[in-house]
Design a protein around this ligand. Structure first.
Ligand code: FAD
Length: 380
């Protein structure tokens, strides 16, 4: 793949950051479940917080391939730090794609420079996959709206200045009754009420958000009333590409760690890298990473040519996240007992990889999207 100078510049900057800073702090971040403050600052300095924001609002307006090259490198260094950036970008996207000029002017310049932060709140206790089943409501009140509901499992939810909230403006209308609002979290009635303990991706914060009679002006509505489900799906299409990049980056890290270990570890008088059993595991890992990366770059090319890419986004998200599970599992196996005690890198990557099959639509939801399209088109 031939990269443009700009794609190369951002990929190289992310690679340098991953190698020189993020990878060195990743174990501590995991152990202490510490938010990667320094990593976020460094990413902001490189312009990565605004990588999807148009230039007129102070962003970098990168294409999907550049965004995914950057995400893969960051995830290779520290999956949690990359995930913090991904959640940030998902929050920004509804404003970039569907926001009014006034909303863009009010929020995007600060978000692009990480002067303010944002989260994206759809999931509730009883529903994550089925957006049409949310029960958070937005009722008209004078010129504005009043929001009520509880959002669960919200990434970057702790300390966010802004929150993209999916709410029902017409509870009887199913997915056509969903609208999207941009809510300033300092608004009375908005609170962060729980933070979850996590198995992996421990540097990310994941919170429960309560909206109790939160009054927002009419200008908080993103796009049009009742079009929220479509906006969320479109936001998730790009998010699935970046999620695949995250999975590929962490699988690449597991592969590199396994190769280094296999060349050092001696059993029966030989380095384990000399055994065909280990060589075949490494061959399978490298082939899987390559296949996922090639799929991802192809799906990015569709996006960047403005061609439909949503099914390919689901395919690559499904393939890359399941691949990351298999590759990190093999990485732990290559490390033997030392792969499962005292938190070695491959064990952390194995735990982090598990999240990629759940975020941005589970593997089952991706299969629903893919099979629906393939069946409709007679398998072509
Ligand atoms: C760390 C973390 C961070 C998160 N961050 C955010 C965030 O920032 N914003 C946000 O809105 N959400 C966030 N989520 C929530 C996440 O998007 C949901 O957990 C995910 O979409 C799945 O929803 P659920 O947990 O309700 O599972 P459910 O929807 O209840 O699904 C349960 C199981 O049933 C399967 N299933 C469901 N429907 C079908 C079907 N039709 N056919 C076959 N199988 C099906 C699912 O695949 C899954 O295996 C986060 C979650 C985690 C763990």
């Amino acid at each position: 793949m031939i990269l443009t100078p700009r794609q190369q510049k951002f990929r190289d900057a992310a690679r340098k950051l991953a190698d020189e800073q993020l990878s060195k702090d990743a174990a501590r971040i995991d152990k202490e479940a510490a938010f990667p403050e320094a990593g976020l600052r460094a990413m902001a300095e490189l312009g990565l917080c605004g990588m999807t924001v148009p230039k007129e609002y102070g962003g970098e307006d990168l294409d999907a391939l550049a965004i995914c090259l950057v995400t893969e490198e960051l995830a290779r260094g520290c999956p949690s730090t990359a995930a913090v950036l991904m959640a940030y970008v998902i929050g920004i996207q509804p404003l970039v794609q569907f926001g009014t000029p006034a909303q863009k002017q009010a929020y995007l310049p600060d978000l692009a420079k990480a002067k303010r932060s944002i989260c994206f709140a759809v999931t509730e206790a009883h529903t994550g996959s089925d957006v049409s089943a949310i029960s958070t409501t937005a009722q008209r009140s004078g010129e504005g709206w009043v929001l009520n509901g509880i959002k669960c499992l919200i990434g970057n939810g702790v300390g966010a200045d802004l929150c993209i909230v999916a709410a029902k403006t017409d509870p009887a209308a199913g997915h056509k009754g969903v609208s999207v609002f941009v809510v300033e979290t300092a608004t009375p009635g908005f609170s962060t009420s729980a933070v979850y303990e996590k198995m992996g991706m421990r540097g990310t914060t994941t919170a429960e958000l309560t909206l109790k009679n939160v009054k927002v002006p009419a200008t908080a509505l993103v796009g049009e009333v009742g079009k929220g489900s479509g906006y969320l799906l479109k936001t998730l299409d790009l998010a699935r590409l970046t999620l695949a990049a995250e999975a590929i980056g962490l699988a690449q890290a597991a592969l590199e760690e396994s190769v280094a270990y296999a060349k050092l570890r001696v059993t029966f008088g030989k380095r384990i890298a000399e055994y065909q059993g280990i060589q075949f595991m490494i061959a399978d890992m490298a082939t899987s990473v390559y296949a996922a990366r090639t799929m991802l770059h192809d799906a990015c090319a569709l996006h960047d040519r403005n061609e439909p890419f949503n099914v390919e986004a689901s395919m690559v998200k499904l393939f890359a996240s399941e691949m990351a599970g298999r590759v990190t599992d093999l990485a732990v196996q290559i490390h033997g007992g030392w792969g499962v005690v005292d938190r070695p890198k491959v064990e952390r990557l194995f735990r982090d990889a598990r999240y990629t099959r759940i975020w941005e639509g589970t593997s089952e939801i991706q299969r629903l999207i893919i099979s629906r399209c393939v069946l409709d088109k007679g398998g072509k």
